[in-house]
Ligand binder design. Structure first.
Ligand code: NA7
Length: 542
């Protein structure tokens, strides 16, 4: 991937403190574009990246089947038409190897590597109040300072592995899906256990099932998985995209979810059953998330409306699984459709029709420990050569709170966010001047709102530099109002009606709080622009 030697080397840690205008943590989708934007403004920028390559999520998640659930042509950056025209997407929902290549292509095309220091995990960031500067410490002792710090750390980068007793004693291979080995893992003839059935597991299970001698899936909660319907991109489609990228990007920017489609303005309950089912069948036959984000608008706000689609999906699952007992195990009944992230799948349910696949209900008989030979549940023991932990992430706040970030008065970010995200616009937190949260936590096609955030931060920094200002941070009042507004919005949806990473409920001990901003992306964009246009209303500039 790329040419490693172009990257600055990590110093041994006993040198002088380096000085930059801006430090960015992370070289993923946000970090790469943020670097590009800021450097174009003539600023000196240093990116510290933990991995030995760029790409963030698309670097780490190498498990088989990992791919976009967003349409490829909408997930790619929109900021450079030239880039859009130069890149060919091979599949409508592009796979990880291709996505990693794309982000490396971006790094090369815009000569980003010279400012990205790899193998450099930031351990702490401390605000120097008198100098209005952040001092960052990289593991190994290197120190660097900058007026502005941007945490472009990704919303799903802090992996979560449940602390099962005996994990270290396992004698076979085991890994978390986001820490997948770079070398191909050969499952041929192996006995494999997979813990978890979220979006990640749903992508990998059908592929591992085909290869492995035996695959055992440990499921706690079944999900509403919907067909992805991926396909290769035909040359004429590729040309069509290239000819119309400005329109595609405009459409995504103006849509409420950052995708090419919009919710149906009708209520699921105002149409006849026949009409409703006709739309459900039509959506079901389409690729991607349209069955969720192009559905009747009130499936996300009204339980009765939601239930009409939830039951439709349950029946689709039942139709695909041969053994009725297994089918019922796979049918979700304890939460509404869309309250958790909808996994998109390719032959997922058919995997359970294979003789070498076993589904184990660990809600009934939980895992008690990992043994040297495999997994023990309350009523059985399973022997494995490989254990896959597809157990998810400490989402949104996790990647930030695990860095020792200290703001004014020595206040830690971890304490500040202990009861849930406390930010204004998702971009800054009071008490942490000049620190920007460079992550898209809006309910929006990732890159679409990520670009909005990157551009907003770049403009804001440009504004401060132009006016010769030392710092920016939100007022406590603006932050308080934003948190209330975000909670109120989420309360008006079904998003809080399930235990998932959306509300931090997947991490034992994590305070339940809405982690995503549940407004329309269109409204979010408008609000961010308004605040800037009104002289950064709600912020204190010094
Ligand atoms: P998810 O969606 O958080 O799924 C994690 C899975 O792991 C889920 O099935 C969990 O069951 C299961 N899990 C978590 N902890 C345990 C324990 N202690 N015991 C048994 N099973 C457990 O993570 P993914 O990686 O699949 O997807 C994350 C996002 O990445 C996804 O939403 C996309 O946006 C991309 P549970 O449902 O909690 O009962």
């Amino acid at each position: 991937m790329g040419s490693m030697h172009q990257h600055p080397q990590k110093p041994n840690g006993n040198g002088a403190v380096e000085q930059y205008d801006v430090i960015i943590i992370g070289a993923g989708v946000v970090g790469l574009y943020q670097l590009y934007r800021l450097r174009k403004m003539g600023l000196s920028v240093r990116v510290f990246e933990d991995a030995d390559g760029v790409g963030g999520t698309w670097y780490w998640n190498r498990y088989p089947g990992c791919r976009f659930d967003s349409e490829s042509e909408t997930y790619g950056y929109s900021f450079s038409e030239e880039l859009s025209r130069e890149w060919d997407w091979k599949e409508h929902f592009s796979g990880q190897p291709e996505n990693e290549r794309y982000l490396n292509f971006v790094a090369d095309k815009f000569e980003l590597r010279k400012d990205i220091q790899l193998n450099s995990r930031v351990s702490s960031a401390v605000y120097d109040e008198s100098a209005h500067q952040w001092e960052v410490q990289v593991e190994g002792g290197q120190r660097a300072r900058a007026q502005f710090l941007i945490g472009a750390v990704g919303i799903l980068s802090a992996k979560y592995t449940p602390p099962f007793e005996g994990m270290d004693s396992f004698e076979g291979l085991s890994f978390h899906t986001s820490n997948w080995p770079k070398e191909k893992v050969d499952f041929t003839g192996k006995r494999v256990g997979c813990i978890g059935t979220g979006a990640t597991a749903v992508q990998l299970i059908p592929i591992v099932a085909k290869e492995a001698g035996q695959l055992t899936v440990f499921q706690r909660t079944p999900n509403y998985c919907a067909p992805l319907r991926n396909a290769e991109v035909a040359p004429e489609v590729q040309s069509q995209w290239k000819a119309t990228y400005p329109e595609i990007h405009k459409r995504c920017r103006e849509s409420p979810t950052g995708f090419k489609y919009d919710f149906d303005p009708r209520s699921a309950l105002e149409v006849s059953e026949e009409e409703r089912l006709a739309l459900y069948e039509e959506l079901w036959a389409l690729p991607g998330f349209k069955k969720w984000l192009g559905n009747f608008h009130d499936i996300m706000t009204n339980m009765e409306a939601n239930e009409t689609f939830a039951e439709f999906v349950r029946n689709k699952i039942r139709e695909r699984v041969n053994d009725p007992v297994v089918a019922e195990m796979l049918v979700p009944k304890d939460h509404p459709f869309g309250a958790k992230r909808i996994p998109l799948e390719t032959h997922y349910y058919e995997a359970y029709n294979r003789d070498n696949v076993l589904l184990v209900d660990i809600r009934k008989a939980p895992i008690t420990c990992i043994t040297p030979k495999g997994v023990k549940t309350q009523d059985a023991e399973y022997e494995f050569d490989v254990i896959i932990y597809a157990t998810g992430f400490d989402a949104v706040s996790g990647p930030l709170t695990r860095i020792d970030i200290r703001g004014e008065g020595g206040q830690t970010f971890k304490d500040k966010w202990a009861a849930g995200p406390r930010s204004y616009l998702g971009l800054q937190s009071a008490g942490f001047p000049n620190f920007f949260i460079g992550m898209n936590s809006a309910l929006c096609n990732y890159t679409v709102c990520a670009e909005l955030i990157v551009e907003w931060i770049a403009d804001c920094i440009g504004h401060l530099r132009e006016k010769n200002l030392a710092s920016i941070q939100p007022t406590l009042e603006a932050e308080e109002a934003w948190v209330d507004h975000a909670n109120e919005l989420a309360a008006g949806t079904i998003l809080t009606a399930a235990d998932s990473w959306f509300v931090g409920a997947n991490i034992p001990g994590k305070k339940r709080a809405v982690l995503l901003y549940a407004n329309s992306a269109r409204e979010y964009r408008k609000k961010c622009h308004e605040v800037a246009a009104n002289g950064y209303e709600g912020f204190v500039l010094r």
